[in-house]
Ligand binder design. Structure first.
Ligand SMILES: *Cc1c(COP(=O)(O)O)cnc(C)c1O
Length: 360
């Protein structure tokens, strides 16, 4: 196999070392006589795998015991409904900030559950930025404030968070969780589908401040209730066992990389390499202003857009895969999650330079 680099937005690249360990343990996990996929989720072997994964995640994030991690299913999309089902107090509604396609979907689903108020939007600017915090029209009694802290399609990332909000901050971090240090105490709830920066599809991570569990109505269907899931250590039913196992390996890998500060330095370096090239001559261009560019998902255009198909085709021939922009916006997008090695970014940079030399 010649060297291939996968720039998919998700499901996405995983650390090679993690895949190799999963391969080595595929037939038998740690003397148990069976594969992780074959174990009862109530067995002591699997319980130790799940506890280990949770402990490592807690330690990476420096979580205090005011917070509870839940390992759920249904993807971030299911959370678009479950969050308002659990946390929206009818008479108070919730405030949402709209910064792109994923916020829009969260808002659309939220409106089916209760009163959702769009407190700020960048839609009139083509979702090119994060509306400045002082422009947010927040209501003082809102149940929570929802943001999409990294817009995977538009490539817009929050690089800090608004201080002193009147209500708990809820964030969809699907595509940048664990890419940088995080002060969890600023949030009431954080959620993420695993398949971008954590592991295989099928696992959804929720981190909830425990006091919010008191809001959850006992009338909710059990599977949709954060309180029931928390009471049952995320094992009210069969959890996505294999995905939890691989996520645990990724958390350990992150620890070996030196934790989140160290991975952040690598992510800054990798993303700057691509953005510097985009900004260099005007042959390429970024739709996102510098202060809110994502380090994980880098959408860009070629000034002469008719060259984009050729760019994608030639890139593929060079082993650079899945660089096509999302179907809703077109263009090119390089997703460079934690697991994308620096060599992959160097190869892409090299390719961009050659392509520009040839056609610029
Ligand atoms: C991918 C993605 C989603 C959807 O995730 P699913 O797990 O497919 O439901 C939601 N929000 C963001 C920011 C995403 O990147």
């Amino acid at each position: 196999m010649s060297t291939i680099y996968n720039f998919s937005a998700g499901p996405a690249v995983l650390p090679r070392a993690v895949l190799e360990q999963a391969q080595a343990e595929m037939l038998e996990w740690s003397g148990s006589g069976m594969s992780v996929t074959e174990m009862s989720h109530r067995s002591k072997e699997f319980l130790s795998i799940a506890e280990d994964a949770e402990r490592t995640l807690n330690s990476l994030l420096g979580l205090s015991d005011e917070y509870q991690v839940l390992f759920l299913q249904g993807g971030a999309t299911t959370q678009f409904s479950i969050i308002p089902m659990n946390l929206l107090v009818d008479a108070r509604g919730a405030d949402y900030i709209c910064t792109g396609q994923w916020s829009k979907k969260a808002i659309k689903e939220g409106k089916k559950i209760g009163s959702i108020h769009v407190a700020a939007t960048s839609e009139d600017r083509n979702f090119a930025d994060v509306p400045s915090y002082d422009s947010w029209d927040l209501r003082s009694d809102s149940s929570y404030v929802h943001i999409t802290s990294n817009e995977t399609i538009g490539g817009v990332e929050f690089h800090d968070y608004p201080p002193n909000l009147p209500s708990p901050l809820v964030a969809d971090m699907s595509s940048h969780i664990l890419s940088r240090p995080l002060d969890v105490s600023q949030f009431g709830l954080i959620y993420a589908g695993a398949q971008k920066n954590i592991g295989p599809a099928g696992l959804t991570i929720v981190i909830i401040r425990k006091d919010l569990l008191a809001r959850v109505s006992s009338d909710l269907p059990s599977m949709f209730s954060y309180a029931v899931q928390a009471d049952n250590q995320s094992m009210f039913n069969t959890p996505p066992t294999y995905a939890i196992y691989v996520a645990g390996l990724v958390f350990k890998w992150l620890e070996e990389q030196g934790g989140l500060s160290s991975i952040e330095q690598k992510n800054i370096k990798k993303s700057n390499m691509i953005y510097d090239q985009i900004d260099l001559t005007g042959f390429y261009r970024s739709p996102v202003p510098k202060n809110c560019r994502s380090r994980m998902n880098i959408p860009f255009r070629i000034r002469d857009e008719t060259l984009e198909d050729l760019f994608l085709k030639d890139a593929k021939d060079c082993g650079l895969l899945q660089l096509k922009g999302h179907r809703s916006v077109g263009g090119i997008r390089a997703s460079i999650y934690n697991a994308m090695p620096i060599e992959g970014v160097e190869t892409l940079l090299d390719f961009m330079q050659h392509f520009e030399k040839k056609y610029g």
